[in-house]
Design a binder for this molecule. Structure first.
Ligand code: ZN
Ligand code: ZN
Length: 211
């Protein structure tokens, strides 16, 4: 039993260590989607990500929202940072890059360069977001809570853009000044996402090693 526990701890440690390692699309064998509860656009996201990166995209069984992620300061919001700190499941020989998907509202705490909560604190301590991804790293989380619209094509454009944006961060891309690029900083406005093209700009594609 003790031995089993130790092996479990090592696996966990391995997964935790590996998650911060820089990744590149070429080195990634599989991308995994991790629904947290139901997620209607799951198969749409699977198809789009697979077609874009030409990688297998697997779907993990749904999990529950991690306990402790809930914050009620501004209604029901869940901490994207605590979702990202979950240990990563290991599949076969590979650690996949994981996109967690939730229909719940998620938030992060915006901090200044000294690490203090950006002012005004009431606004930035529980800051609602569309997605958050380690940069570089092995995990991101995307919420469609703020993306809904009666126009299905527009909704699909939004969710696809956010997922590819967060994967771009996982693959080491910072925000891009090109307003049409998927890596443009859309964190504060839905209008930015609606204006985005369907692709990374040439410079970002070069950094990703894409033709
Ligand atoms: Zn970003
Ligand atoms: Zn770009």
């Amino acid at each position: 039993m003790k031995k089993l526990l130790l092996i479990g701890c090592c696996l966990l440690l391995f997964a935790t260590c590996k998650r911060k390692a820089p990744v590149h699309p070429i080195d990634v064998n599989v991308i995994a989607l991790q629904p947290i509860g139901p997620f209607d656009a799951l198969y749409f996201v699977q198809g789009e990500v697979g077609a874009f990166f030409h990688k297998p995209v697997i779907i993990f069984p749904p999990i529950r929202m991690p306990s402790g992620a809930l914050d009620t300061t501004k209604g029901e919001r869940y901490s994207a940072d605590s979702i990202l700190r979950r240990p990563i499941p290991v599949t076969g020989d590979h650690l996949p890059v994981i996109v967690a998907l939730t229909e719940k509202d998620i938030f992060t705490t915006v901090r200044d360069k000294d690490g203090a909560v950006k002012l005004p604190a009431y606004k930035y301590a529980v800051w609602g977001i569309f997605g958050l991804g380690d940069c570089p790293g092995m995990a991101s989380v995307v919420s469609d809570f703020r993306l809904h619209t009666a126009d299905t094509a527009q909704y699909h454009h939004r969710i696809r853009t956010i997922v590819l944006h967060e994967l771009g961060h996982n693959f080491g891309l910072p925000h891009c000044p090109n307003p049409r690029c998927i890596m443009n900083d859309a964190n504060e406005k839905i209008a930015t996402i609606d204006k985005s093209s369907d692709d990374y700009c040439r410079s970002c594609r070069d950094q990703l090693g894409l033709p």
